[in-house]
Design a protein around this ligand. Structure first.
Ligand SMILES: C[S@@+](CC[C@H](N)C(=O)[O-])C[C@H]1O[C@@H](n2cnc3c(N)ncnc32)[C@H](O)[C@@H]1O
Length: 201
């Protein structure tokens, strides 16, 4: 695949506010999975494998934050995880996620929003795949989501090597420890993408 065939990547990572990003994902939803298939289809599967290697409780309550069309939920469901909640900015992406019938609930909203879940909502696992990225989510989303993670819970995220410096001090400031670190070459070897997993103290 040439760079021209991956024009979606620069388009979606261009500066945009949440309203604009929501519009972009609403527009993209129908063709998202086809467009990202070559570069991204391994990642939801890899995340599910990582979760399975350290979480035997298949009833764990798992938030798929920035679930998009539900690729991560689908991979987890195939491995027997059944208590999955999806949250995303984009109605259209969530609509497709809902059609997969793997989520118990779909929550539309900004991951930045402290009211996105009620204060009693606590997750055993939070996954954010493809979410901490240029023009997407940053430190405020990380800190907000962290509040909804149970003590002892697991936070698994993906991050591109060139975006990680923007997040690194926030990663180091939170009361958690790194328990998973895997690196993959992505986009025909032009970038490195990590899966990081943190256990909350
Ligand atoms: C690259 S897609 C990844 C989707 C899915 N996790 C996957 O692995 O295919 C990023 C998703 O995150 C959502 N997103 C990005 N920033 C967000 C935010 N601040 N609040 C809620 N959703 C957000 C987008 O709407 C989009 O569906």
């Amino acid at each position: 695949m040439t760079t021209d065939e991956r024009q979606w990547l620069s388009w979606i990572c261009e500066n945009s506010d949440p309203k604009e990003l929501e519009k972009k994902y609403n527009t993209w939803a129908e063709t998202y999975e086809t467009d990202v298939k070559k570069d991204w289809s391994f990642m939801p599967v890899q995340i599910a494998k990582v979760i399975e290697s350290i979480l035997s409780n298949k009833q764990a309550v798992i938030l798929d934050a920035g679930a998009g069309t539900g690729l991560v939920g689908e991979a987890l469901f195939q491995r027997g995880y059944t208590h999955l909640i999806a949250a995303d900015l984009s109605d259209k992406m969530l609509e497709i996620a809902g059609q997969k019938q793997v989520y118990k609930a779909l929550q539309r909203g900004n991951l930045d929003d402290p009211q996105l879940f009620t204060s009693g909502d606590q997750f055993d696992v939070i996954i954010a795949a493809g979410v901490f990225a240029y023009a997407h989510a940053g430190v405020s989303v990380l800190n907000n989501l962290f509040r909804f993670l149970k003590s002892g819970g697991l936070f698994v995220l993906t991050i591109r090597e060139d975006y990680q410096p923007q997040m690194q001090s926030a990663f180091e400031a939170l009361p958690w420890r790194l328990v998973i670190q895997e690196q993959y070459k992505i986009y025909d070897g032009q970038q490195i993408m990590s899966i990081l997993g943190f256990r909350k103290n």
